[in-house]
Design a protein around this ligand. Structure first.
Ligand code: ATP
Length: 232
């Protein structure tokens, strides 16, 4: 229902100098759900994330947070209100230790201990430079603090990009836990098969418009082909 909407984009037209990309995108992410945004390269998925996070001002259309107009709110405003853009890939300080990186987000020891309990691989190396972690471990380190204080909305643009399959499962599990804690997740993914395992609803973006949106159970296999290969 609309009253559950944590983030709504309404009839968004947006793009770059002389290059319109979004031609009336409308979508809603509800509290406690993962909305997967799928679509072929260049469809405008990243542009949609930028508009939602406030990094790109739409030419026309509205961004609503908790049903309130957020069009004029800067990315910093939005993150204070709990609408976060997930750090892409890294988002950590490689020269600082794991514990120092966590301390930036979680000043209280008890919160960090909870992270270590949940992610033993981080605990074992807490005094080690974060730059020595694998890409996947760095992604987990960047996202783990969110579990201690789940944001209202998390916008994640390909959080699994370039990660080994095993750690992708871990990243998706973490995102599912955030969802279960009430976060509304807008999740852009190229890995369609994996994402269908965790998404509650799916929106297909094609040529700057949402061409289909519905519950995961209603996704037909041939739509994936359509979305990814641009054929029908
Ligand atoms: P991909 O999976 O390839 O990242 P996408 O669906 O995320 O695709 P966008 O990154 O939103 O698509 O890009 C949509 C269109 O906007 C593309 O044609 C792209 O070339 C163009 N574009 C993206 N960023 C810019 C920019 N900063 N300046 C100009 N054009 C841009």
């Amino acid at each position: 229902a609309e009253e559950d909407s944590a983030l709504t984009l309404h009839e968004i037209h947006a793009g770059y100098d002389g290059a319109p990309v979004l031609h009336g995108v409308t979508l809603t992410v509800r509290r406690g759900e993962i909305l997967a945004l799928l679509g072929p390269n260049g469809a405008g998925k990243t542009t949609t994330c930028r508009v939602a996070a406030g990094l790109l001002t739409p030419r026309t259309g509205q961004v609503l947070m908790d049903g309130r107009d957020a069009n004029r709110q800067t990315p910093v405003h939005r993150s204070r209100e709990g609408v976060l853009l997930a750090p892409e890939g890294r988002g950590i300080f490689p020269a600082l230790t794991i514990d120092e990186n966590l301390t930036l987000h979680l000043p209280h020891r008890t919160d960090r201990d909870a992270v270590y309990e949940r992610f033993p691989a981080l605990a074992a190396r807490r005094t080690v430079g974060a730059g020595s972690l694998s890409g996947g471990e760095q992604q987990l380190l960047a996202l783990a603090p969110l579990l201690q204080r789940p944001p209202k909305v998390l916008i994640a643009d390909e959080p699994s990009l370039g990660l080994a399959p095993r750690v992708v499962d871990e990243v998706f599990r973490l995102l599912t836990e955030l969802r279960d804690a009430g976060t509304a997740l807008l999740l852009v993914e190229e890995k369609a098969a994996e994402i269908l395992g965790v998404a509650d609803r799916v929106a297909y973006l094609a040529q700057g418009r949402v061409s289909w949106c519905g519950p995961r159970a209603e996704v037909e296999a041939d739509r994936l082909t359509e979305a990814y290969l641009g054929i029908d």
